[in-house]
Ligand binder design. Structure first.
Ligand code: ZN
Length: 132
């Protein structure tokens, strides 16, 4: 399943709109019912209005009615070497919207893969538990 998820994330790079950076990111979220939601980065001339691929995938899953407990795994890909990893904002979003043990596959288009987890990507992350 990891291979299919990574392959789907690589396919999602074609959905990216990255006219400024030319850096296309594809992501895919595997859900408990077997469905895979794709995401890609979408840039805007006002750069702050741009959105990362992995956040688009996670938000897409939520917008289709899925919730935290439905998320099984995530793949995030870009055609680069070394392998790209999520920005700080995406790490925070993954930390709050996915189970902490969720496997995250960071991969490039040449077959390199790093397997990590949501918790490993953001040690000591901030959450609603932090505000109690
Ligand atoms: Zn990001």
């Amino acid at each position: 399943m990891n291979e299919l998820l990574i392959k789907t994330a690589i396919e999602a790079q074609k959905l990216a709109k990255a006219p400024y950076s030319k850096f296309k990111v594809g992501a895919a979220v595997l859900l408990k019912d077997g469905k895979i939601i794709k995401g890609a980065n979408i840039e805007n001339a006002a750069f702050g209005a741009s959105m990362c691929g992995e956040r688009n995938a996670i938000f897409g899953a939520y917008c289709q009615g899925y919730k935290k407990s439905d998320i099984v795994a995530i793949a995030i890909t870009a055609n680069c070497d070394p392998i790209a990893s999520p920005c700080g904002t995406c790490r925070q979003v993954l930390f709050e919207l996915c189970p902490l043990k969720t496997p995250v596959y960071l991969a490039n288009n040449k077959g390199k893969v790093i397997e990590t987890t949501v918790k490993e990507l953001l040690p000591l992350g901030f959450s609603s538990e932090s505000m109690k």
